[in-house]
Design a binder for this molecule. Structure first.
Ligand code: ARG
Length: 432
């Protein structure tokens, strides 16, 4: 072996990788995030190798204990990873070599970095999906509480951002709660579908050694193994699926944020922002800005961008592992952190918002939002829907042109348009 070439594949090479190529090729600067999952996978792999008689019990214990020590050192920040060792997998193997000596060279028996990285990513993402679901559930619970508190709070509902019909604030919260419940179930589906182990698939064709894939899969908490070894190392559809689910969550959050931004305007005045979750202006002393929901709205861009990124990396990729797949990580890590932070802060933000019930109610009075209710009262009296629509339409124009709202019309004015309106209007006014 040429001693200057890689300690991992030096046998085949006469000189080391160029310095520029080292830095272009490395992933340790970001895949170090996978360290603990990589170690866990290796420990279970070593245990299985001994169980199958491929390495001795002594060797297996030595490897597992060595990895335990490395794990503790990483947690204490005592290990400096090297870009020369390219990625987290080879860095940890080299650490192990330093820690326990020659026995470390037996760890990689019957596996490849291709199944190793696919395993680490699955372990990492399963762990993160659990955490995201907890944060999402807190938001769902907050919406439940708010919908109970505001079951009698009336506000105008909007279509086309024009006042449409009165709704309760409770039903507004329930709408978002329903979306987030579906998001949670999408994450569960994604989790279930990805919960199969690629370990033992090797580079792509498995191994001739008598490994036990089911054993490692079970030990690592998977439902089973990914049967086809080429599929196991080649696909990243679980990342695409997770990022799609994250994109739908941030879509919902961005709409909710947008509503809060609009409601916080002086024009709407449906909410007041708490000082702890609003910012001022360095220039204009009057300003109080909704930075938190604005930032969530903005972060939608990077979550969609990361989804587009992984889709494009995967598109037309020839079957088998390709180094392009190393580009799956930074976007994934970014999406995981971003969605977690957005859900968490939006929940805190929402719980501090002051809902202006009086302004909301006033906004339903100073409008024509009860028109459809009035129309339906006429339908109840046996008037055909289209005819009733026309009658109320005329009433709205009349009121509008005379600078009045419906509840301000008197008997005489109503009867000029139709004899059926006034009593119906009284019923509506009482309800309002
Ligand atoms: N760092 C690589 C990645 O993230 C690990 C797998 C490398 N496999 C290989 N055959 N070069 O994808």
């Amino acid at each position: 072996m040429n001693t200057n070439a890689s300690p991992v594949w030096g046998g085949r090479f006469k000189k080391p990788l160029a310095q520029k190529a080292v830095y272009f090729n490395e992933s340790i600067s970001f895949d170090k995030k996978l360290a603990q999952f990589d170690i866990l996978g290796s420990q279970v792999h070593a245990e299985m190798l001994a169980k199958q008689g491929i390495i001795s019990e002594f060797e297996s214990h030595s490897i597992i204990n060595g990895l335990k020590k490395i794990s503790a050192k990483i947690l204490k920040n005592e290990i400096e990873f090297s870009p020369e060792a390219e990625d987290i997998h080879m860095n940890i193997e080299l650490c192990l070599l330093k820690e326990i000596g020659e026995i470390a060279k037996k760890l990689h028996t019957g596996r490849s970095r291709n199944d190793q990285v696919a395993l680490d990513l699955r372990l990492y993402l399963k762990h993160e999906i659990e955490k995201i679901k907890i944060t999402l559930n807190s938001l769902i619970n907050s919406l439940e509480d708010l919908s109970i508190i505001h079951k009698d709070t009336i506000l105008p509902g909007y279509t086309h951002l024009q006042k449409a019909q009165p709704i309760t604030l409770s039903s507004y919260f329930k709408a978002y709660q329903s979306m987030f419940l579906r998001d949670a179930s999408r994450l569960s589906d994604c989790y279930e579908r990805m919960n199969f182990s690629p370990l033992g698939a090797g580079a792509l064709a498995g191994t001739t050694l008598p490994i036990d894939r089911e054993y490692t899969a079970k030990k690592l908490g998977f439902t089973g193994i990914i049967e086809n070894t080429i599929d196991a190392v080649s696909d990243r559809d679980f990342i695409i699926e997770f990022m799609s689910s994250a994109s739908i969550i941030i879509t919902h959050l961005s709409r909710f944020s947008e509503d809060m931004i609009i409601w916080a305007t002086e024009e709407f005045n449906f909410i007041k922002l708490d000082d702890a979750y609003a910012t001022g202006s360095s220039l204009m002393p009057n300003k109080k800005n909704p930075d938190i929901p604005e930032l969530i709205r903005g972060k939608t861009g990077r979550i969609y961008g990361n989804l587009m990124g992984i889709l494009t990396v995967m598109k037309a990729l020839p079957l088998g592992y390709n180094k392009d797949l190393q580009e799956d990580k930074e976007g994934l890590f970014d999406t995981v952190e971003t969605i977690k932070n957005c859900l968490d802060i939006f929940n805190d933000f929402l719980n501090t918002v002051h809902f202006q019930k009086d302004a909301m109610l006033k906004s339903t009075e100073n409008s024509y939002v009860w028109s459809t209710h009035l129309l339906e009262q006429l339908v109840n009296k046996g008037i055909a829907f289209r005819q009733a629509h026309e009658i109320i339409g005329k009433l709205v124009i009349y009121s509008y042109e005379n600078n009045k709202y419906l509840h301000q019309l008197n008997k005489e004015e109503c009867e000029k348009i139709s004899p059926h309106i006034y009593t119906s209007l009284q019923i509506i006014n009482k309800k309002g």
